[in-house]
Design a protein around this ligand. Structure first.
Ligand SMILES: [Cu+2]
Length: 335
C-alpha cells in the first residue's frame, strides 16, 4: 500500500467514527431518556462538553489526515520536509515555525482556560441540584407531612450495600415507614439515622431498588468489599461506593406529568414486574431502568446488575413493601 493510501484509511476510520456518533441518537444507540428531575440539566452539560470536544476533535483529526496526505513519504526513507528544513528531524519544521510565537502560545493557553472556566461555572447549579438534599424536594410540599412539620422533605430512605457481585437494598419496615409519615416530628432522628443504624425489622431485598415517582430518594451507599460504582443511567446518577465510607446521594424520579413509573402488579407471576410503559401498559425496553456496576470490581462484575422499580405512588410502594416484608419474614423468621 502506498504511503498516501494510509491517510485515506485513517480518514475513512475517523469519518466512520464521526458518522456513528452523528446517527446514534436516531438509531437508539444514544443515552436513555432521562427519568430524574436533574437529568435534563446533566444532559445539557453533557451536550455542551461533547460539542466543544467534537469541534476540536474534528479539527485536529482533519489536519492530521490532511498532513498525512500532503507529507507522505516517497519510499526512499528520507523525510521530504525535514530534508529541506534548517534542522533535520521529524518535528523540527513545525517547531521552528511556532518557536517564540507568543501570540500562538497565548491563544492556546487562553482559549482552553476560557472553556474550562465556562464549564466550571456552568455546572455549579446542576451539581448543587444533585448533591444537596434540600434541592431534592417533593413537587407539592403541602402533601408531605414531614415537610409540613419541618419545612424539609421526608426523603425516601434506602441503604444500598454493594458487594461482589450484587446490590443489597435495605428498606425500613412498613410499620416504621408508617410511623415516620404519621409522626414526622417524633421520628425525625430515627429517620435521619436510618442509613447508619440497621434495625432488626428492616426489609432486605437483593438487586431491586423500589421508589415512587415524583418523590425524593436518599440512598446511603456503602460497600462490603472492593470499590463498586452505583450507576443509574436512566436517572443520571453515578456514585462510587468506597470501602469504609457511607456515602449519601439523592435523586427524584420525574413526577406524575413526565411519568417515570415503570411497574405493575402481575397476578400470574405473583410479583411486581418492571419495564412497563405507563401509557400503553405494555412491556417497553425504554422503561427498563438498570443498575449496572460501573467499576470493574472482579470476575463477576459483568453480572452485577440490578433494576429500579418506580411505583406510581406511595400507596403502591407501600403495597410492594408489605409484600416484600412478608416474603422476607417467611425466609428469615420474625426476629
Ligand atoms: Cu461491582
Amino acid at each position: 500500500m502506498g504511503n498516501k493510501a494510509w491517510s485515506i484509511v485513517f480518514g475513512v476510520v475517523m469519518l466512520a467514527c464521526f458518522v456513528g456518533f452523528a446517527i446514534s441518537p436516531f438509531v437508539g444507540w444514544w443515552r436513555p431518556e432521562g427519568r430524574s428531575t436533574h437529568s435534563d440539566d446533566v444532559d445539557f452539560l453533557f451536550d455542551v462538553i461533547l460539542y466543544i470536544t467534537a469541534f476540536f476533535f474534528v479539527l485536529t483529526e482533519a489536519i492530521l489526515v490532511a498532513f498525512m496526505w500532503k507529507y507522505a513519504g516517497t519510499g526512499d526513507m528520507k523525510h521530504p520536509v525535514s530534508e529541506k528544513a534548517e534542522f533535520p528531524g521529524m518535528m523540527k519544521p513545525l517547531a521552528n515555525l511556532l518557536h517564540d510565537q507568543h501570540r500562538v502560545e497565548l491563544a492556546w493557553t487562553f482559549i482552553p482556560a476560557v472553556i474550562l472556566l465556562y464549564i466550571a461555572f456552568a455546572q455549579v447549579e446542576t451539581w448543587a441540584n444533585i448533591k444537596y438534599a434540600s434541592r431534592n424536594q417533593v413537587e407539592d410540599l403541602s402533601k408531605n407531612p414531614y415537610a409540613a412539620a419541618t419545612g424539609k422533605a421526608l426523603h425516601h430512605q434506602i441503604a444500598v450495600s454493594a458487594r461482589q457481585f450484587e446490590w443489597r437494598m435495605r428498606y425500613p419496615s412498613s410499620a416504621r415507614l408508617k410511623k415516620w409519615l404519621a409522626e414526622p416530628g417524633e421520628s425525625k432522628s430515627d429517620h435521619r439515622s436510618f442509613g447508619k443504624v440497621p434495625q432488626a425489622d428492616d426489609v432486605l431485598v437483593v438487586n431491586e431498588l423500589h421508589v415512587w415517582q415524583g418523590y425524593p430518594v436518599n440512598v446511603h451507599l456503602s460497600t462490603r468489599d472492593v470499590i463498586h460504582s452505583f450507576n443509574l443511567p436512566n436517572f443520571r446518577v453515578k456514585q462510587d461506593a468506597l470501602p469504609g465510607k457511607l456515602i449519601p446521594l439523592w435523586f427524584t424520579p420525574k413526577g406524575s406529568k413526565d411519568k417515570s413509573h415503570n411497574c405493575v402488579w402481575d397476578q400470574t407471576k405473583n410479583r411486581y414486574v418492571d419495564g412497563i410503559n405507563p401509557d400503553t401498559g405494555k412491556h417497553d425496553p425504554a422503561f427498563i431502568y438498570d443498575i449496572p456496576c460501573a467499576e470493574l470490581c472482579g470476575w463477576g462484575h459483568y453480572r452485577m446488575i440490578g433494576r429500579v422499580f418506580v411505583h406510581k405512588d406511595q400507596a403502591q410502594f407501600q403495597d410492594w413493601l408489605a409484600k416484600a416484608e412478608s416474603y422476607h419474614r417467611q425466609r428469615t423468621g420474625d426476629r
